[in-house]
Write a protein that binds this ligand. Sequence first.
Ligand code: 5AD
Ligand code: SF4
Length: 476
Amino acid sequence: MKDLAVHIKSFGCQMNKLDTALIASALQAAGFRLTDDVKEADAVLINTCSVREHAEERVYSHLGHLKHLKQYRPDLIVGVIGCMAQRLGDKLLEHEAVNIVCGPAQIPQIADLLREALVRAPKRAVVTDNIRQGGQDSNAALEEFESTYSAGEMPGQAFVRVMRGCNRFCTYCIVPYVRGPEACRPPEAIRQQVKRLADGGTRQVTLLGQTVNSYKYQSGNRTWCLADLLDMVGQVPGIEWVRFVTSYPYDEFYEHILGAMANSAKICHYLHMPAQSGSDRVLRAMNRHYTAGRYLELIERARAVVPDIAVAGDFIVGFPGETQEDFEATADLVRKARYKNSYIFKYSPRPGTAAQKRLADTVPADIKQQRNVELLAVQDRVSAELNQAFVSQQVVVLVEGPSKRQMRSDECETPSRALQNVEGRPAISPSKVQLVGRTSTDHIVVFDGSPSLAGSFVRVRITQASPLTLFGDLQP
Ligand code: 5AD
Ligand code: SF4
């Protein structure tokens, strides 16, 4: 077979990036070559996200470019995979550019689908009809795929999914409809996967799940929870740091997880626990099973057990019926929770969700935008204050690599660049460049050093802080 080149593009969350990395690894094992250059690719795969409308719009715009490219390259194969493929199925084949549609449960078939398409260029969709029915066979195939291929995205770091799907049905969210029901992976499969990763040089593992803190697995007469997994992964030789995302604010296993964090130097002091809103009325309409007061209690408990824990949140502004008073309750929660950072999203109705079916999208676009900016400003003040406390401290940092965007500490950071400050211009000097890394608490640290430090742990003395970034000097 001719050397076939595949270009893969990923739009979406960490789960989606993990799928992309697994697919890339599987395609290489099947004899395909990966390329960064669309122009030389025989096939382009787009891994899609459906969580917000904006993500889907970006995919359509990309498909528009590919349609144009196909006028000159009619043999080019285009595949759409992931959540949008699951949501739209066959309908996506109506787009002129699209040859293959492959749902998240069918990714183990991707190499075969590509080969078939490259030989005969058909249009074909493989998507589960009812993803919420799950099924042993599909789970077994996904489990094998997951544990066979590896997904180290950055030097020294890897993501490991511990559970798939979600059962919570927050009214705004499409995830339960496109990713299917909750399914927890066996601890032994996770341990073996982490061991292989550690043998290959991985030092930090991030355990992934939509509601990762609800992980539960019955093995013989033992019930495993996330705390047990964290301990188990921390004991794999070579693993230095273990983290987990994303947590749902609820009680079960909470003390165990915090206890594991307090007792093991390997479990990072970081909790990503979305609140979504600070208004009890809105939380009820979102089908989130807690009040703002209860949520704050959970954070207080975390700080009592792990005093330096850093907490990150997610918020949706402009949920149907959100009043100014509701929004102020959210701003109040952001001030009280003292998040390290918050990811803030404008509500967008997702087809098939309870909110889209039953609640009118009443908050005008300009008000959503205004609330988004205001909430970011509230968060920025909190972040700036918290980050200031790091100045003149030494921190341990796992180096990600050269910061693609060369930053100055006096540069003003706009909130929209939140946590994306690694984009932009490449580093200039090869011997010493601006590096970016993260602390165990997930704080971003920028400092000068050799690119060869990527994937290792270093000490940095913090000299300056802005709301999103700590700046410092590498210590010998
Ligand atoms: N509109 C806006 N934001 C959403 N999120 C999920 N669904 C929607 C939606 N329909 C946000 C939530 C979630 C994050 C991954 O995306 O804040 O935590
Ligand atoms: Fe979506 Fe809620 Fe599940 Fe998170 S917990 S994936 S917001 S349904």
